[in-house]
Design a protein around this ligand. Structure first.
Ligand code: FES
Length: 133
């Protein structure tokens, strides 16, 4: 799925880009969103009615795979399990929950008027993006 319309909104030093529509994600599913050269995994955790975004690359073997992982909970902590070797990461902090010394980058997500925005901190000069399911 590709979306042609790209919107970057900046307020108070924040940069948000429009990743997709709410209905573009399956319940409890993830998609990979390309923003500039970055691949961002975006998740709709339907059971918790929460959205999360992380880097798509798993730090274990550098597979671009986290968007295809399985989301779940470890106690109250929402997590993503990489589909390759099942390393799990907190969707809140990015910390590896298997005790490994690695973390993943997390991004803020907001939903407005049926659209999903990812906070990217600073705008890329080449801010084109695509969404892949
Ligand atoms: S590549 Fe993700 S756990 Fe190994």
């Amino acid at each position: 799925m590709n979306t042609q319309d790209q919107t970057i909104s900046q307020k108070k030093g924040e940069a948000w880009f429009k990743a997709c529509r709410v209905e573009d994600l399956a319940e409890n599913g993830g998609v990979c969103v390309k923003y500039g050269e970055e691949q961002i995994a975006l998740f709709y955790f339907t059971r918790r009615n929460e959205w999360y975004a992380t880097q798509n690359q798993c730090p274990h073997k550098r597979q671009m795979a986290l968007s295809r992982g399985m989301i779940g909970s470890c106690g109250e902590e929402p997590k993503i399990a990489c589909p390759f070797h099942k390393k799990t990461f907190s969707l809140l902090t990015g910390q590896c929950l298997n005790g490994d010394d690695c973390t993943i980058k997390t991004y803020p997500v907001k939903v407005e008027s049926g659209l999903v925005f990812i906070g990217v901190g600073q705008q890329h000069s080449d801010a084109g993006y695509s969404v892949f399911i």
